[in-house]
Ligand binder design. Structure first.
Ligand code: D5M
Ligand code: FE
Ligand code: ZN
Length: 543
């Protein structure tokens, strides 16, 4: 693929898992041999880096043999229509598999509370400028409280070595087995192997394999830090249907009886880390609201500017005076090279220009609203989860509102309410693998319930969701959130699971050609508004 445009360079770097400093792109574009310069700059940056810097490129250029010509502008060149790159070919197979899961009944409604429609009388966008605060928002900003825990930005230590995988799974096991320990009297796999035949036994482990036997029973292999042990769930057991809801690598506990030769356990009960039914959510001690949104996709031809303007206009009205926070769960922009043929639907082809434009839309939001943002799979950060928050250059571009930028996932405590924000890529997998009663695109909140039950935002390793091994498993839900906020699937759905409010927040992008081809009918232009004092929710429609 010739690298004649900055867009292609950015895309090629993204394909290798790197962001790029704008100046680095300019330098590569201006090099005599952009391909070689790019390859060597990646090498220079090293596997630990998230992005290729101008310093990397300069080091490469200085060491010859390919000297630079005069630098070219990085921002104004248009992309040429794409040919199929390897990344696109890979993604194509994803889209094919996703398309088979989409033939679900689109008729069922989502959520529990009412939807309200807001029709704004203003059709023109309000004037822009970060400090506009024309709403009736009276509250004293000193009453606000907002803090972030679990931000792993800048904490990444993973190198992708085998040892990192061992560490991250060990940490997952430790954290999740702690949730189960009080409930079963479990033994390590190694000890179970040497217990007498016929003994009662219990084990906590990560699901290593699930197979159905010739006679229709389920054989689940569990793994702990000492080894693995096979556990048999007979098909006629009441809980056998729960096996359909298992994902690889999630942590469960089983209790049962060992076979005569102690080679297998016959399972009598299964347990999940889960949210206790008695969970009592924290609430704000004053009437204050948060808008939970995601998937803005600025830069896409389908970005719904009109709906966004109406949303921003509404935020300036008295009806929105209690909305003091906006939490955005990823996909600020459409990005480049995320899906095959995506560039045919791009309105803005340069990723930095997309963020500049996103920032313009943010300026329409009243300046006295606190904003928190995490990245998603369309954003210019590494794709593997946990995803660190945006780099300095992008923070700079999006600095208008002094938004808090944190990693995906992160826990944001707003007025005492713990909100777990996660973009939601694993939801595709939960929906694809679980029976449709347990999780579907029309009821995305039910897929979220499964993640809450597993106390992990992306249990399955090696599937569609890319996971980066780190010292610890940032994706475990160690604490029970009060609100779980995701996006990604572009469907609106919400409900309560053991008193936790799960909200999947829809999008601001109308149906794309791809979505049309696979029958995804997105819920675009809605803003779920949560009362932080009661955790009640109202949905406002702006499309
Ligand atoms: O994804 C929005 C939703 O659409 C999410 O459920 C994935 C799915 N999607 C969209 N485009 C594709 C392609 N090309 N392949 C597979 N799945 C896709 P978002 O990441 O926000 O675009
Ligand atoms: Fe999205
Ligand atoms: Zn997404």
């Amino acid at each position: 693929m010739p690298l004649e445009t900055p867009t292609r360079i950015v895309r090629e770097l993204a394909r290798h898992g790197y962001n790029a400093e704008r100046e680095a792109v300019t330098l590569i574009a201006g090099a005599a041999d952009p391909e070689t310069t790019l390859a060597r700059a990646i090498e220079h940056a090293g596997a630990d880096a998230f992005r290729v810097t101008a310093a990397d490129v300069r080091a490469v250029l200085d060491s010859g043999p390919n000297a630079t010509d005069a630098p070219v502008s990085a921002s104004s060149t248009a992309a040429t229509p794409s040919d199929t790159t390897t990344a696109e070919a890979d993604a194509l197979s994803d889209s094919e598999s996703a398309s088979t899961d989409r033939s679900l009944d689109p008729s069922s409604s989502t959520g529990e509370t009412k939807a309200e429609t807001t029709t704004s009388s203003q059709s023109s966008p309000p004037e822009t400028g970060g400090s506009n605060s024309s709403s009736g928002r009276q509250s004293d900003p000193s009453l606000r409280s907002l803090s972030i825990t679990n931000d792993m930005t800048g904490q990444s230590t993973g190198t992708g070595e085998y040892g990192d995988f061992v560490k991250v799974f060990k940490d997952r096991y430790e954290k999740l087995s702690r949730q189960l320990r009080g409930r079963v009297n479990h033994r390590p796999a190694e000890a179970i192997q040497s217990m007498p035949g016929g003994s009662d036994a219990a084990m906590v482990g990560l699901v290593n394999d699930i197979r159905s036997t010739a006679s229709g029973h389920w054989l689940i292999e569990l793994e702990d830090t000492t080894g693995t042990f096979p556990c048999l769930v007979m098909k006629d057991r009441k809980f056998a249907s729960a096996v359909d809801e298992l994902l690889m690598d999630e942590c469960i506990a089983v209790e049962g009886t060992l076979a005569d030769d102690s080679g297998i356990m016959f399972v009598d009960s299964m347990h999940w880390p889960d949210v206790p039914r008695t969970h009592k959510p924290n609430t704000a001690d004053r009437h204050v609201q948060a808008a939970l949104i995601s998937d803005v996709h600025v830069g896409s031809q389908e970005f719904m500017a009109g709906a966004w303007h109406r949303f921003a206009d509404w935020l300036h009205t008295d009806a929105a005076e209690h909305v003091e926070y906006i939490l955005i769960a990823g996909d600020m922009v459409e990005g480049v090279g995320v899906y095959p043929n995506q560039d045919e639907e791009l309105d803005i082809v340069d990723i930095y220009d997309q963020y500049e434009q996103f920032s313009e839309y943010l300026k329409e939001v009243p300046g006295d609203i606190e904003i928190v943002m995490i990245p998603g799979n369309h954003d210019a950060v590494r794709l593997a989860e946990p995803q660190p928050g945006f780099d300095e250059e992008l923070r700079d571009i999006m600095s208008v509102h002094d938004a808090r930028i944190t990693s995906n996932p992160s826990t944001v405590t707003v007025e005492d309410v713990n909100v777990l924000m996660y973009h939601g890529v694993s939801l595709d997998e939960v929906i694809a693998e679980l029976p449709s009663e347990s999780a579907s695109y029309d009821e995305p909140h039910k897929a979220m319930y499964q993640l809450l039950k597993k106390r992990h935002v992306a249990p399955q390793y090696g599937g569609h969701t890319r996971l980066a091994p780190e010292e610890q498993d940032y994706l475990v839900m160690e604490e029970v959130p009060d609100i779980f906020h995701t996006g990604h699937v572009h469907k609106l759905g919400w409900g309560k699971y053991h008193n936790v409010l799960a909200v999947n927040s829809g999008c601001w992008q109308a149906q794309t050609d791809f979505q049309k081809s696979v029958n995804i009918d997105p819920d675009a232009g809605y803003a779920p508004i949560v009362d932080l004092d009661t955790l009640d929710m109202t949905v406002r429609k702006f499309s």
